[in-house]
Design a protein around this ligand. Sequence first.
Ligand SMILES: [Zn+2]
Ligand SMILES: [Zn+2]
Length: 305
Amino acid sequence: MSAADTAPVDDQTRESARLLKRVPGRARPQKEALREFEEGVAQLRQHYDPVFWPLFVPEAKNMFRWRVELECGCTHEVYTHGEDKYPDDRRFPDLISQCRLPSGEFWCTTDHGPAQKPYRDIVEWVDRKVTEFPADPVEPEYDWMDAEDWAKIRKPKPHSSAFWRVKLSCGHYEQVCTDVDWKPEDGPKLVSEERIVEIRRDFEESWAAADNPGWPEKGFERDHIRKMIDLRWPRPEPERDCFTCTQVRRITGYQRIGWLVTRTRTRPAPRPSTNLDREKIEARLAAAEAEVQRLRKQLDNPGNA
Ligand SMILES: [Zn+2]
Ligand SMILES: [Zn+2]
């Protein structure tokens, strides 16, 4: 193995260890942590067939407790598989998509107030699920919509849509709806040159009206609309606003708490191989003794051999 092969691993180890620090506050009582962990395990066991438990259900005795500090200043308790793994080696769950977050990120459950969702490029169309819908009702489905507008968008027959799981440039996953027959290799559908002129004019007029700031308001949303107009209104859009980005925070430090289950020093168990060897030797001895007895009998009664 060359030095180049080992360098990234060394860098990664140094990077992880660098975040060890004193995290303010105190750890919860061990009993409380263990009870909560076991409740989580019970839920997982219901979720998976028992043959998969060894793969997907963690065992309390293997878990090591940490306190982590996030960039928002919040502290949370997390587990790693053993004391040699650091919290930023782990990929924590995204609480909405159920996918894994990039390592070094953690979903902060503290309410930090409203945040605008940033738009991110879609880098991968991962998989999709098709959902069937019945025909739309004749009356408008929305209170604020008049019958004329509703008639334009209403689907009078049962229809279906594809819901794609997409990976964004930030490493998070979101959902995007497309027509069922659309495939990523088709690329987005664009509107005509004439239509985009109309769309642009409608938005610009709405935004220019002094008494009406128009939808969407300034900021990410309006920038996004401008970008889509410049791209001739692609469907599906090549970017998506990311809710996860508003919830996750980088891990900025961590401190060890200890094993989730207290480890007691026990005498090493007798090696099972010793017993096994002994049983084998005893069996061979018994067979040898039986053979000796048979030969003896044969000597004593040569005619009965
Ligand atoms: Zn926070
Ligand atoms: Zn994101």
